[in-house]
Ligand binder design. Structure first.
Ligand SMILES: *Cc1c(COP(=O)(O)O)cnc(C)c1O
Length: 353
């Protein structure tokens, strides 16, 4: 609707809609790609032992000592790490710092729906590139003049990863724009491109603690890139908030990074459950995309995705349905614990029978 009067100057945005957060504990929540398992017991210990009197001070402005911990973990320099309040905050800094050209930035037509939100707010010109029919990314489509590129690897909500060879091909064709790889789900599968950072000074990789490290409620994310590009992200951050990550989150984040054994253990369990669930859904007649993430992207040739979604919802099982072009007959299902997955499969089996 055309806005008139003072309303014509209001911001014109369509906000990102997150998965519902139902309050009832008996429900099975598989709609936001949260981790099925709690964070490391070391995180609990760090929070229990946190010195509250230290909260009278501002936290470290660059997120230390978490920044150094992450640098060590990934074999980078501290100056190559940017820390923020969840990767959405990190992505916001990246969009502001890197996408200031007049040519449109490129991202897939089916992808994380926060990208268009930032483009709208920041008035960044963009062009969406259709995924192939099978929902894979065609790198050739990105070898055209552009103002920058961003996509998740593995992609969301499709769960499909792009091979490192293909990403290298994309990077080689795009040396003079900034490429942001959103590696939110890379711990669950796919090949990380962190080791390409030394060869491509126009590459920035974003990560989050929300999914693989079970800390969605803490709001922690980070970016890795060249010292130069990270300095621009910090400059953007400092221009509106110099102290983004709170001291408790820094302590929790450090503990999560230190307990690598626990981290790898939960990943292994989730991946095993994912593969089992994918097999069961295939047996039930679903087409299941090859997932490299902690969720499945499925469709059934005989049943409407929306009907399955509603049926499960009435049974207290929440999955994600997007009423969007191309994917309105698909479902995105977070991989839960084995028990949750069994209850999900059982309910779906009842439906298709
Ligand atoms: C969940 C998600 C994020 C953001 O996670 P935060 O909780 O803000 O760290 C970013 N990108 C993709 C593709 C996601 O699915």
């Amino acid at each position: 609707m055309e806005k008139t009067g003072f309303r014509r100057n209001l911001i014109n945005i369509t906000p990102y809609v997150a998965g519902e957060q139902p309050k009832n504990d008996r429900i099975i929540k598989l709609n936001a790609n949260e981790n099925a398992y709690p964070p490391s017991p070391m995180v609990q210990k760090a929070i229990n032992g946190f010195d509250v009197s230290s909260l009278r001070r501002y936290p470290d402005f660059s997120g230390e000592p978490l920044r150094s911990r992450l640098a060590e973990y990934y074999g980078l320099k501290t100056s190559q790490i940017f820390v923020g309040n969840g990767s959405d905050d990190v992505l916001a800094a990246a969009f502001r710092a890197f996408f200031n050209g007049s040519e449109p930035i490129l991202y897939p037509d089916v992808t994380y729906s926060f990208y268009p939100v930032w483009c709208e707010i920041l008035k960044i010109p963009f062009k969406t590139i259709p995924l192939r029919e099978d929902f894979t990314i065609n790198v050739d489509d990105y070898c055209v003049p552009n103002g920058g590129i961003i996509f998740p690897n593995p992609n969301a909500p499709t769960s499909i990863a792009l091979s490192k060879g293909e990403i290298i091909r994309l990077l080689d064709a795009n040396r003079d724009v900034i490429v942001v790889l959103d590696e939110t789900y890379i711990d669950f599968g796919g090949e990380s491109c962190v080791d390409l950072l030394g060869s491509y000074d126009n590459l920035v990789i974003t990560r989050t603690f929300s999914k693989s490290r079970s800390l969605a409620g803490m709001r922690l994310g980070f970016a890795m890139g060249s010292e130069e590009l990270i300095s621009y992200m910090n400059a953007v951050k400092d221009s509106y908030n110099s102290y983004p990550v709170d001291a408790v989150a820094i302590a929790a984040g450090c503990a999560a990074v230190e307990d690598d054994e626990y981290f790898k253990g939960t990943l292994k369990k989730l991946i095993a459950t994912r593969e089992r669930l994918a097999g069961e859904f295939t047996e039930l007649g679903f087409k299941v995309a090859a997932s490299a993430a902690n969720f499945l992207f499925v469709t059934h040739p005989r049943y409407k995705a929306k009907d399955i979604f509603t049926y499960l919802r009435d049974k207290g099982i929440f999955i994600r349905y997007f009423d969007s072009p191309r994917i309105d007959n698909y479902l995105r299902i977070t991989v839960g614990t084995d028990e949750e997955s069994d209850r999900l499969t059982e309910a779906v089996r009842e439906f298709v029978r």
